[in-house]
Design a protein around this ligand. Structure first.
Ligand SMILES: Cc1ncc(COP(=O)(O)O)c(C=O)c1O
Ligand SMILES: N[C@@H](CCOP(=O)(O)O)C(=O)O
Length: 435
């Protein structure tokens, strides 16, 4: 599958993105397949012609667009009139009244990407953008370094787009994540190492093969897909910004791009600006960003991950310092929680709102609870918690922590006896709670 690295930039007059710009030194590059600055090695980010966007995009033009992330196409770094649209985005923003009451909040919303299409995580957003751009740049083979969700998404959307696909994952991932990749028929490299080792290997492969790695040489385009999680919340709140958001952190990219999405819609006049507090969630077993935030550092000390929240187990997060900066300047927080709190968070969301999230979402709910209890989220704040993945993929995490079905004979008296037994067990559980 070795290819020459494509050089075509294939932009058209329809595109409003203009260049890649270094986040550190400001050097600009034409929008091709690259992700670090040649002068200072800083990360590159896509820039846009915001005056043109302010002139041409209205709330009405967005609302008339497709029911997917592509309603925001002018704010995404693609040139094609026909991007890869597999129905990604426009996931529900659920008013979570029962969870809000349990936590003591007045207005809580869940942005539910556990039901995103096609692979039930927010990664479908970033991959739809990355593979559209990959195709424009002439790549025929796409790849990624993944903790599971990204591999699911890259494999599925590559299959739909007819692109060859080879993904790299740590070999100890949950069964649902591995199966949920293999089914689409890509080559899967299960690496005997953690995500950070997988990522290092992929950087070497990206240099030697002409493949489009969505989160390496295509990263500036890929990461922009997460802005749609900001745009959708604004639109679904009736073209308003929330007061506070809570989102999970691994590399920190998702968090920084929700922020960029809010900034952009404010800048072009689609929403009235106000300050939104940004709070981030990590697992204790992999909390390099939370540690930097709490210790007042503006650099990240990498860690060796050990947590059930494998999807967010990144020990050396590429965008960690930018996430810390956003949490600080918006008067937010970055907090971490134990694996047991993550399991409790998964159960709490399921039992109050009927949403089964994976471990990243359990981390978000547990941190939300912790921040409310510590008085760091005001009950009056309109708060949005981002649920980014589906619990069916990480069933191992809750195995042994939830009830068992009651096995009965196909007879009414067997059912009645079992029902009575379960009511007695419920009463006993309640008595234990009250003791
Ligand atoms: C379900 C889920 N939520 C959140 C994240 C965190 O995203 P980021 O690496 O952009 O911080 C990831 C992967 O990293 C993920 O798979
Ligand atoms: N969590 C991701 C892996 C890393 O993605 P990145 O955006 O931090 O590069 C996954 O789901 O695989």
């Amino acid at each position: 599958m070795t290819q020459a690295i494509p050089t075509s930039t294939s932009t058209s007059t329809a595109a409003t993105f203009t260049a890649l710009k270094c986040k550190e030194c400001g050097a600009e590059y034409e929008p091709k397949a690259m992700h670090v600055c040649e002068f200072c090695f800083g990360p590159l980010e896509v820039t846009y012609d915001y005056s043109a966007l302010a002139r041409t995009v209205t709330r009405r033009s967005i609302e008339a667009g497709p029911k997917s992330i592509w309603r925001y196409r002018s704010f995404l770094p693609v040139a094609s009139e026909t991007p890869i649209d597999v129905g990604t985005g426009m996931t529900p923003l659920l008013k979570a009244n029962r969870l809000a009451r349990r936590l003591g909040l007045k207005q809580l919303f869940i942005k539910n990407d556990a039901v995103n299409m096609p692979t039930l995580s927010f990664k479908d957003r970033v991959v739809s953008v990355a593979l559209t751009r990959a195709r424009e740049l002439g790549f025929t083979t796409v790849s990624c370094a993944s903790t599971g969700n990204l591999a699911n998404s890259t494999a599925a959307i590559a299959a739909h787009a007819g692109l060859d696909c080879c993904v790299f994952i740590p070999s100890d991932l949950e069964a649902g994540k591995i199966l949920g990749t293999l089914i689409y028929g890509p080559t899967v490299m299960a690496v005997q190492g953690n995500y950070d080792q997988v990522n290092r290997l992929c950087s070497e492969v990206a240099n030697t093969h002409g493949w489009g790695f969505v989160n390496i040489n295509l990263r500036p385009y890929y990461s922009e897909g997460s802005k749609t999680l900001g745009y959708e919340v604004i639109e679904q709140l009736g073209w308003q910004l929330p007061d506070h958001i809570v989102a999970p952190l691994a590399s920190g990219s998702l968090f920084t791009k929700i922020y960029k999405g809010f900034q952009e819609f404010t800048q072009v006049g689609l929403v009235e600006g106000k300050s939104v507090r940004f709070s981030g969630a990590q697992a204790d077993g992999c909390s390099p960003i939370a540690q930097a935030f709490k210790e007042g550092r503006d650099f990240i000390n990498p860690v060796k991950p050990s947590t059930i929240a494998k999807s967010i187990a990144i020990g050396n997060p590429a965008d960690g310092v930018y996430a810390v900066d956003i949490a600080r300047k918006t008067n937010g927080n970055i907090e971490s929680v134990t694996d047991q709190e993550i399991i409790d968070g998964i159960k709490l969301l399921a039992e109050t709102e009927g949403i089964f999230t994976e471990t990243a979402g359990g981390t978000t709910i547990a941190v939300l609870k912790k921040l409310v209890e510590a008085g760091k989220i005001d009950p009056d704040e309109t708060t949005v918690a981002y649920i980014t993945g589906n619990g069916l993929k990480t069933q191992e995490a809750v195995q042994g922590y939830i009830g068992e079905p009651l096995t009965i004979e196909p007879k009414l008296d067997s059912f009645e006896r079992a029902l009575e037994r379960s009511r007695t067990l419920d009463r006993l559980e309640w008595q234990q709670v009250l003791v």
